[in-house]
Design a binder for this molecule. Structure first.
Ligand code: ATP
Ligand code: MG
Length: 159
């Protein structure tokens, strides 16, 4: 189904109030983004996992930033935080099944988790023909970004 990503993002933030609690989440999405061919529940799951991680691995008083933009062939969604970031060595590995960042950095902030969330995100985004990756922000914190192609990819999306 073709879906406006701003609506989906606002829906997710709405149903995550119990997790987000008092967290400040700023959303920056231009009005003119084209609708995207996507499986609503799957992309909801991806954004939910990314926001859950942002809440779990960053200080409670730090804000989160969600934004989206598009070009001719894809839209890009970004979820940025002001937490400890990710050791450069782990930036790619965190998308592996069961991988969690080890050491003091993790003990300082971690609650239980299985290390599956990002592997699931990658599987779902790739099933849509998109890409997902993590970076550290120059001023501190992590940013997770994913793309979704605007062309319907035959065989990838189920109505
Ligand atoms: P699960 O999602 O299955 O409950 P999890 O959160 O540990 O468990 P992933 O979501 O796959 O698993 O994340 C993998 C690891 O990446 C996390 O354990 C954490 O070390 C690191 N990580 C994920 N998001 C962030 C973030 N926003 N800031 C810092 N580290 C992060
Ligand atoms: Mg997780």
């Amino acid at each position: 189904e073709w879906y406006p990503i701003d609506e989906l993002i606002h829906d997710v933030i709405g149903h995550m109030q119990g997790v987000l609690q008092d967290r400040v989440v700023s959303v920056q999405i231009p009005d003119d983004l084209p609708p995207v061919p996507l499986d609503y529940l799957q992309i909801d799951q991806v954004i939910t996992n990314l926001l859950e991680n942002a809440v779990r691995y960053t200080p409670p008083d730090s804000p989160l930033e969600v934004s989206a933009e598009s070009n001719d062939h894809e839209i890009k969604v970004s979820i940025a935080d002001h937490g400890p970031g990710i050791p450069p060595y782990d930036l790619e590995r965190i998308f592996d099944k069961f991988y969690r960042v080890s050491g003091a950095r993790r003990r300082a902030t971690s609650i239980m988790g299985t290390g599956l969330g990002l592997a699931v995100c990658r599987g779902l985004i790739e099933a849509h023909g998109g890409r997902i990756w993590a970076e550290n922000r120059p001023g501190g914190g992590a940013i997770f970004q994913f793309t979704l192609p605007l062309e319907h990819i035959e065989g990838h999306i189920h109505e």
